[in-house]
Design a protein around this ligand. Structure first.
Ligand SMILES: Cc1cc2nc3c(=O)[nH]c(=O)nc-3n(C[C@H](O)[C@H](O)[C@H](O)COP(=O)(O)OP(=O)(O)OC[C@H]3O[C@@H](n4cnc5c(N)ncnc54)[C@H](O)[C@@H]3O)c2cc1C
Length: 460
């Protein structure tokens, strides 16, 4: 046996599995295979000068590599069972919260100390939201910020690098369950064997994950896709909310269709960015702890969840088609003034240049109504009007809407309460399992599985 444990993917799920294993069972032989680069080698070529938009690198530096999809994220660790995944359905509510707090403690001891933990507990906005057909979700939010998040990841790597065999730029191609119960993990160059295998490939590994499940006869359930736009407006309009909560997770139920629209990933005084997922360009947001890098704008996504029922199972394919349409029209991300959207006209460069909100992303001015399905766009517009009642100015003509923002969810892998598949010793964690959709839940699932494996190892 080459290794006791092989971990596939070095995102938060994989990192926290590795970290907990080295703490609980330092004698274990552990390898991590990661298709992307080391943290310090992750550089997106977009420099805003020579390269202004995504050139579709083979391994996307934003999504892949040590730190996973969240490496350059805003580093918001939400300690809650209300959103971010359904880990609590497998391991229990208390356990899930306890593990998220444990992850927070580790982050604090690796460079995160001094960052703020926000909380919705007792917030006056809960009542204000309720009075306006909106619901404020409960959470404690640790905001590391993109810069501190990077520092924390660097320190976690320093702790792990001499105890774990890291293989970067090494995508795992195939997994075989051998007759003796062990696993063979194949990469392009060679194969490795292990007793336990933890798959933590995140969203970017979703297609590969589906293949693994098919080949190993592991059940999957179809899931959902969230589609919408990223809103950018003057920070002052939302400052009464963001100063107190940092991120208000607000849900709205539309009059017209009773669909759920929610705010997602709020970045006070942040920037809007491009994101490349499987070759398609979507939008996202970042913000920084460093005062010098803060902007005058706040951005957040407004997303509508679309759940599909049988026989349609390809919710991600549906989302991708809509993003492709926007990429076809805009050559990448698209931007539109809210005032242009409600007047049924496209935004032009001239209108964007005259806008009082200065865009933080160079996107193509266009018409989002040609891209997003009516039902989704109606929901977004209704929610903008509802938000205007708790944050007047949200529905201003110059509020910018970038599209398309999409949140893909992996197929949910059928797992037991140990997050183990029907194949003994094969665990699937993090966003790749469809169980988690966030940094805190993915990290907590890693700690949980590491403890399960360490326990089994000690019993041997
Ligand atoms: C721009 C952005 C901002 C975000 N901001 C936040 C935030 O503020 N708060 C929050 O809670 N969440 C945020 N998220 C989501 C968060 O990043 C993810 O929920 C989290 O990273 C999931 O962790 P994971 O370990 O499951 O997967 P990932 O982080 O996706 O890591 C999976 C890793 O597996 C590797 N991999 C994939 N396939 C293979 C293979 N076959 N072989 C080897 N390696 C493979 C990938 O290269 C990747 O590095 C953000 C995401 C993005 C993209």
């Amino acid at each position: 046996m080459d290794h006791d444990v092989i971990i596939i993917g070095a995102g938060p799920g994989g990192i926290f599995t590795a970290l907990e294993l080295t703490r609980l069972a330092p004698e274990m032989r552990i390898a991590v295979f990661e298709s992307g680069h080391r943290l310090e080698e992750r550089h997106c070529p977009i420099d805003g000068d020579k390269v202004r938009s995504c050139i579709r690198c083979k391994s996307c530096a934003i999504m892949n590599g040590f730190g996973g999809a969240g490496a350059f994220s805003d580093g918001k660790y939400n300690i809650t069972n209300d959103f971010g995944g359904t880990l609590h359905e497998y391991i229990g509510r208390e356990k899930a919260l306890e593990l998220m707090r444990y992850v927070d403690d580790i982050n604090m001891s690796h460079g995160g100390e001094g960052t703020t933990l926000y909380s919705t507990a007792g917030s006056r906005f809960a009542k204000l939201c309720m009075q306006n057909r909106l619901t404020l979700l409960n959470a404690s939010v640790r905001h590391l910020g993109t810069d501190i998040n990077y520092v924390v990841l660097g320190r976690l790597y320093d702790e792990l690098k001499d105890r774990i065999d890291f293989h970067f730029r090494t995508p795992v191609e195939h997994i075989e369950h051998l007759p003796d119960g062990s696993y063979r993990v194949d990469t392009a160059d060679r194969s490795y064997t292990c007793r336990n295998c933890v798959i933590s490939v995140g969203r970017s590994g979703s297609k590969w994950m589906e293949t693994v499940c098919r080949e190993l006869n592991i059940g999957t359930r179809s899931n959902r896709v969230d589609l919408g736009v990223r809103v950018e407006l003057p920070a002052v309009i939302f400052s009464h909310i963001t100063d107190e909560l940092y991120e208000g997770k607000i849900v709205y139920r539309t009059h017209k269709y009773e669909d759920e629209v929610r705010t997602f990933c709020m970045n006070p005084r942040g920037i809007v960015v491009n994101e490349n997922t499987n070759g398609i360009v979507t939008v996202n947001g970042h913000s920084f702890e460093d005062e010098a890098r803060k902007t005058e704008n706040t951005n957040f996504a407004l997303l509508v969840s679309k759940h599909f029922s049988e026989p349609f199972r390809d919710s991600n394919g549906y989302g991708e088609s809509i993003v492709r349409l926007s990429n076809m029209l805009g050559g990448g991300a698209m931007v539109q003034r809210y005032g242009d959207l409600i007047r049924g006209r496209r935004s032009t460069q001239k209108r964007i240049d005259e806008c009082t909100v200065r865009p933080t992303l160079a996107a193509t001015p266009g018409d989002l109504s040609l891209v997003l399905p009516k039902r989704i766009l109606d929901g977004i517009m209704e929610m903008i009007e509802a938000l205007d009642r708790i944050a007047p100015g949200t529905a201003n003509d110059d509020t910018l809407l970038y599209g398309v923002e999409v949140k893909f969810y992996n197929m949910e892998v059928v797992l037991d309460k140990h997050l183990e598949t029907c194949r003994k010793g094969l665990y699937v964690i993090g966003d790749g399992s469809g169980v988690t959709h966030s940094l805190s839940h993915a990290s907590a699932s890693g700690v949980y599985v590491a403890r399960e494996i360490a326990e089994g190892f000690r019993r041997q």
